[in-house]
Design a protein around this ligand. Sequence first.
Ligand SMILES: Cc1cc2nc3c(=O)[nH]c(=O)nc-3n(C[C@H](O)[C@H](O)[C@H](O)COP(=O)(O)OP(=O)(O)OC[C@H]3O[C@@H](n4cnc5c(N)ncnc54)[C@H](O)[C@@H]3O)c2cc1C
Ligand SMILES: NC(=O)c1ccc[n+]([C@@H]2O[C@H](COP(=O)([O-])OP(=O)(O)OC[C@H]3O[C@@H](n4cnc5c(N)ncnc54)[C@H](OP(=O)(O)O)[C@@H]3O)[C@@H](O)[C@H]2O)c1
Length: 259
Amino acid sequence: MLEEPMEGNSSVTRKRVAIMGAGVTGLYALRHFGDDSKSKLVAYEVQNRLRGVWNYPPGCEDFPDAPITSEHYCRMYRGMRVNAPRDLNRFPELPLHDSSDDSYVSRESFQSHLHEYGQKCDLNRFVKLRHRVNFLEPLNSEAGPCRWRLFIEDLTSQSVAEEVFDIVLVCNGRHEKLHLPNLPGLNSFRGPVIHSAHYRSSEAYADKSVLIVGGATSANDIALELLPVAKKVTMCRRRQLNIFPKEQFPNIIESSTDV
Ligand SMILES: Cc1cc2nc3c(=O)[nH]c(=O)nc-3n(C[C@H](O)[C@H](O)[C@H](O)COP(=O)(O)OP(=O)(O)OC[C@H]3O[C@@H](n4cnc5c(N)ncnc54)[C@H](O)[C@@H]3O)c2cc1C
Ligand SMILES: NC(=O)c1ccc[n+]([C@@H]2O[C@H](COP(=O)([O-])OP(=O)(O)OC[C@H]3O[C@@H](n4cnc5c(N)ncnc54)[C@H](OP(=O)(O)O)[C@@H]3O)[C@@H](O)[C@H]2O)c1
């Protein structure tokens, strides 16, 4: 029997709820299940901090490909600004402050917003940091609803424990694993080839000639950061999007041919 008696009321039981990951999605889920007196809640977060992709930890520039278990793990770039207007992209319980009046706030401001949210709603109390969910399996029962067995690794003690839950919310994001396509000719290119997840800032690209493969948000943001410092920025996308008007950005050369 998983469900536990509620304190002071042995006839009502609480469901055991596990949340996997404490980024934006996990924090929001925590806030709502945390208020639910019928749930007993725990969140497992593999990193040593909350807030998922919004962190930009000290020293991350020096370890661009640090794994998720490292304190230097990062998926952001320094100059990132949020791409949605601030009043559509914040937790309803809190204002989203920024040093400017811009509607599109900086990464730092959004990170602080998440920090304030965690503090205000006292979410830390539910989270086990440096705990990675390695595997989960359904426990089917003819008598009742399916439950889940989780295999959780404590990275500090290097031990693995099994726990059973009534409900599991998978909030693990989608940015840990990179996909670098095996483009013909890539292996014979002599210069550095990096994935946008490892890009932090423009300094290293001064006076370089850079080809950006892809044409979505990261590609466009990075092209705009490189433009003032690089010798030449060429973008190659497999679909014509016409994001940059030629008159305003004459130095970005766009090509829609297949890579
Ligand atoms: C560079 C960049 C810029 C972005 N800009 C915007 C933007 O401007 N606006 C916007 O709306 N979105 C933006 N996004 C998208 C962003 O991913 C989402 O907004 C949102 O932050 C995703 O939150 P999440 O909680 O789902 O995932 P994540 O933030 O990835 O959080 C997942 C958490 O789960 C943890 N985790 C993963 N696996 C495990 C495991 N096995 N066990 C335990 N814990 C685990 C991770 O450590 C992490 O803390 C951006 C993304 C990137 C990479
Ligand atoms: N400022 C911001 O707010 C900001 C900044 C960065 C990222 N983000 C967010 O982060 C998430 C990820 O964005 P992203 O731009 O990094 O990734 P993405 O949206 O997945 O875009 C990947 C790009 O790479 C191209 N591509 C993929 N495989 C390819 C291949 N084999 N050959 C050629 N081109 C290929 C895709 O082309 P197709 O479209 O043709 O598939 C697409 O243009 C999104 O949610 C985005 O909103 C936000």
